[in-house]
Design a protein around this ligand. Structure first.
Ligand code: DGY
Length: 328
């Protein structure tokens, strides 16, 4: 006999195919609006839903969790990052939290590598010049960027995405360095020929390119503050596809405006809405709208992962992608 379908409420619009599958498997209320669900509506939903499907746009803090009804069994996050969820409070209240690890690793690493090259080789500036009809002849001194082959890449956070980026960087002839809470296994270190730095400041001051690939949350808030950022070399490029709050955005804009670093590639920002306007209009800032995992494949796989977690719960088992306080 089939288990009773769980009452699932989505706070986020997902690709149509994923939503259809949700409707087939669960008693699902879709959120068809492209804008995130307002907080009062979310609280309302959390008082009737057995599963809430959330995203990074939702602030699931202690107050929100306290306002959830007793019937809420699970918050199934559509995304790998869970820094917007007070997991400890949820677990205390007996609510399971799940995420979507693994399925967006390659896409995020791909985008990060792309950003590194885009900044170093001035893709956006060059493309805009052509679009404006300003390109008429090749010139030996026009649009000179910087080669990345043979350069040192410092990865801050050597989890799945950091390692996937390192593999790509090796293929592009970069030397991989990294800072992490602890070194990666010998096997991975050998494969990537990676150099571990326990001292982040030391690493930052020696790299040509630095990429942030650490999780967000209180442990990494402003990990790159003004003082740390000042360690970067004037020719260095900083790329962040992880979480905006890891970098002090104001200090970063200040460095960039003062030509103290060569360029930035950002996919994430400290505050949304409210990107620091000092970052706008700079030719050496490639700014993307948080799209690192935005491929049809990743977004479908993320949806499938959320479905798997809910279906496992519906079938009476423990969902595979539970976030547990020990992971925080
Ligand atoms: C995540 O999954 O946490 C990304 O930031 C959004 O895809």
């Amino acid at each position: 006999m089939m288990n009773k379908k769980l009452k699932v409420v989505m706070t986020v619009k997902l690709p149509d195919g994923v939503e259809t599958r949700f409707r087939e498997l669960f008693n699902t209320t879709l959120w068809l609006n492209k804008d995130p669900m307002p907080r009062d509506k979310m609280i309302e939903a959390a008082q009737t839903a057995e599963v809430l499907v959330s995203s990074i746009n939702d602030r699931i803090d202690a107050d929100f969790i306290d306002a959830c009804g007793e019937q809420l069994k699970m918050i199934a996050n559509f995304g790998v990052g869970y820094d917007h969820i007070d997991v400890a409070r949820a677990v205390e209240k007996g609510i399971i939290v799940t995420n979507t690890p693994g399925v967006l690793t390659e896409d995020t690493a791909e985008m990060t590598m792309g950003l590194i090259i885009a900044v170093a080789r001035r893709f956006v500036e060059g493309a805009e010049t052509v679009q404006r009809g300003e390109f008429s002849a090749w010139s030996p001194t026009f649009m000179m960027g910087r080669r990345i082959y043979g350069k040192r890449l410092g990865i801050v956070g050597m989890g799945r995405i950091g390692q996937a980026l390192a593999r790509r960087a090796r293929a592009f002839g970069m030397q991989v360095h990294y800072h992490n809470r602890k070194p990666v296994s010998q096997r991975i270190s050998d494969e990537l020929e990676a150099t571990y730095w326990d001292d982040l400041d030391q690493m930052l001051s020696r790299m040509d390119v630095v990429s942030i690939n650490a999780p967000g949350g209180p442990n990494t808030f402003h990990l790159l503050d003004a003082e740390r950022l000042s360690k970067l070399q004037p020719h260095a490029i900083l790329v962040n596809t992880a979480r905006g709050q890891i970098v002090d955005e104001e200090a970063l804009a200040h460095l960039l405006r003062g030509n103290k670093i060569a360029g930035v590639g950002l996919d994430v920002y400290e505050r949304l809405p409210g990107i620091n306007p000092e970052l706008f209009g700079l030719p050496n800032a490639v700014l993307l709208p948080h799209m690192a995992s935005s491929t049809i494949e990743a977004r479908t796989d993320m949806g499938d992962r959320v479905i798997l977690n809910i279906k496992t719960l519906q079938d009476g088992h423990r969902p595979p992608d539970r976030v547990i306080p020990a992971m925080l």
